[in-house]
Design a protein around this ligand. Sequence first.
Ligand code: ADP
Ligand code: MG
Length: 614
Amino acid sequence: MENRGSISIHAQNIMPIIKKWLYSDKDIFIRELVSNGCDAITKRKLAQPEAEVEYRVTVSVDEAAGVLTFADNGIGMTAEEVEKYINQVAFSGAEEFLKQYGGEGDEKKGGIIGHFGLGFYSAFMVASKVEIDTLSCMEGSQAVRWTSEDGMTFAMEPSARAAAGTTITLTISEEEHEFLHEYRVREVLDKYCAFLTTPVYLDAVEKETPAAEAGEEKEAPAGPKPINDTHPLWLKKPSDCTEEEYKAFYTKVFHEYEPPLFWVHLNVDYPFNLKGILYFPKLKQEFGGMLEGPIKLFSGQVFVADNIKEVIPEFLTLLKGVIDCPDLPLNVSRSFLQNDGYVKKLSAYITRKVADRLTGLFASERENYEKYWNDIHPFIKFGCMKDDAFYDRMKDALLLKTTDERMMTIQAYLDANREKAENKVFYASDAKVQAAAIALYTQQGIDVVLFDSPIDTNFISFLEYKNKDVRYSRVDADLSGLTSDEAAEAALDADKLTALFRDALGKEDLQVKLESLKNADLPAMAIEEEQMRRFKDMSRLYGGGFAMPSAASLVLNKRSPVIAALSAREADEDAKMICRQVYDLAEMARQPLEAEAMGAFIERSNKFLERLLK
Ligand code: ADP
Ligand code: MG
């Protein structure tokens, strides 16, 4: 006896939208159907603890027949249950979602729905016909077959199925042929189902095999090995896990052969149920270290998505890892997650655990911590800027690296240099280019630290904002501490020198100053005020595009014999050539010359060589 009807009223409204939106994450139908099978098995284990069944979900691909099946030996459904759970209530979750995001097709919505799953009806994204063949495991149940071609109307009839469980058969529509390829299905299973609680097998029916004899229930032969690991490492007690296991898990999940530096194993049942492992990867220099990740979010071993920012603070997504929160209400909308107190606490807890691990290393394994610093500093700096609570925990464990490769905390730097530079941190952004300026400080016993990664421009301003007493000054930003009290031998003509340099360089408004620098061999330095230079660095960083004129001033060293000689001689062409050379050398000690200036510098240098030999 056949029973036909319409699926709940919501279906009429929702099906067309599902089909239209869900193109980007179509592959989630596989996750939904496989996890339904796992759920059904969990339910049967509860309902029939005594049943001796080898539980499994089997996915079979039959390209020739154009079908994909999902078979489980779980609890199954009676006709009444199909009527209730499939025909009536299956859409309630989706409906709530669509109320929030409803309206005309915004392309992003597809992705959002995809992350949170629509359950059974997602099958209609790829199938022109969906069949459920099911037998409840309860004594005396009658097997039933449900068929629908559009997700809006259905037919139900008795089935000859003899074994308890459910088989969902999808006739894959033409445009979705990819889901009839074994490798494609395997790829999706690996993505979403790699850690499901029940063994999942993938079974491909060979093309040559003749179609199954009509009427005969074809039991899919099991693949040799399940595609999933039902006991992922994150569920184990941290004290039971070995270093090898952590590393092997990392390689397997992230296909990353460079071992991680260290990791944090999260494992709590209270106040929330949270398990996971976060790895600190070795930095990939080519990316400046800012494109690491992902952090995979699971809900009860079912993969949900990578880097869900509502749950995992953005800066943590520079790490690689897995987080499993079975209690997260992931079937509801993201705006709910954003406002959910539970999710906020969870997110704060994860951050705290990561900070504790880092400060723990700092306190008890300082040598390792220093060794890791090069790899982890962009992450720590980014985290400090993004999250005050993280900064508060980390602030005493922030390290500065000196130009001679020593590591010191900010406080240690200030203590060590207090006499010569009170509450000032001198830094260089490029150890090679700024070598001459660096030497001016180090020769006097002042430490110079390196801030040479892209994040540092922002981080320095952040540090000054957090601690207004301490100023950061680049080695070419001011002369404090670099000038000498020794009087110059001869009085120099400042006006004459200024005019000479301006004329030689064709820069009418060049700022020229005369100072006695401690190092008499250095004819001149180009100095650019810290705030001005930072402002320019920032606008370059954010792609301002336009080149701002240099606001550097030229400091001539009264103690340099070159400057003394220039002051004494007449302003002929040779004097101008020397001025240009002095200027270029001073600029080069600050930043690389532009191509044109570099060309002129080389040409001029060659002329000097010819002159020497004449
Ligand atoms: P959810 O899994 O979130 O409840 P679904 O749309 O995936 O939503 O499934 C709806 C309901 O259909 C399930 O709650 C369950 O009662 C029933 N169901 C779906 N698939 C199966 C299955 N393989 N075995 C038994 N029951 C199932
Ligand atoms: Mg489901």
